[in-house]
Design a protein around this ligand. Sequence first.
Ligand SMILES: O=C(O)CCC(=O)C(=O)O
Ligand SMILES: [Fe+2]
Length: 330
Amino acid sequence: MAIEPPFLEKYKAIFQSSANEKEKSTIVDVSEVLELPLIDLGHLNLGPFERQKCIEKMARAATEWGFFQIVNHGIPEELLTRLKQEQIKVFQQPFDKKSEGNFLNLSAQSYRWGNPLATSLSNLSWSEALHITLKDISKMDEYNKLRSTIEEYAEKANVLAQRLAEHLAESLGIKVSYFGDNCSPSSSSLRMNRYPPCPYSSTMFGIIPHTDTDFLTIVSQDHVGGLQLERNGRWVSVKPNPKALVVNIGDFYQALSNGVYKSIRHRVIANQEIERYSAAYFYCPTYETVIESCSKPSLYRKFSFKEYRQQIQKDVKATGDKVGLSRFLL
Ligand SMILES: O=C(O)CCC(=O)C(=O)O
Ligand SMILES: [Fe+2]
């Protein structure tokens, strides 16, 4: 049975429309490949001077890039390999099973593919994903190896995300307990992405340009590459480093830091021949948490995660895309 989602059938009208021939070339190939600033978290344990230097480097990357990569992060390589293996196994299941509604006993929206609201190539994502809100994990079959691997990973990713968020907060005067008070392992989510080869075009989005709705995201990716980010008004490709984890600032940290840390638009370009896997851990607060700038005058009015999510849902319905933080500008 076929594992691939029926992209070409479902989005036939979009692919056939001749106007899109022009549009096809608007998703330009980006030739500039950059390495993200590399932060060795091992330096946090080399004494106060090295620790300070490491934290400053992280804060600078969050300010100037909104992105960095980390090594010596405390998540065992063996666990990352196991997560990838389980991820491959789950996506290799027949499409009919994955799209059945209660796949793995998770909610109907957990398995996603393409973009149900796509109207043109520019808002169509050539990928499938399993987006798991971690409070739902207990619904999965207890003896499922995917579940136990995700549980193990989520626990470690939560510790790492909190550590990173707290280090980044040091220079901003945010209370040390802020993240521990407002985020818990079950308020975050894990999105496992699979980007199937895209025979249609060499310049198709795997994920359309977006910012992340969270404080920060930890991404583990393989060697294939395709992640791009906006830097100084241009799109640049990120050189993949399977030995490191990618960290990016999300909308909530941009709001909390009053615009000091940047939630940068990023996207993934599909590959014509090779499939790609990534897993994104979104470090989020509980829905009731109110996010307010840490300094004055505030760029953004305060909002709760719940309110932010509702606004996104409204905007996605109306425009096919989230508007995001600019909705909350003062
Ligand atoms: O696949 C990647 O490298 C990035 C994924 C991503 O941006 C997301 O899931 O929000
Ligand atoms: Fe993202």
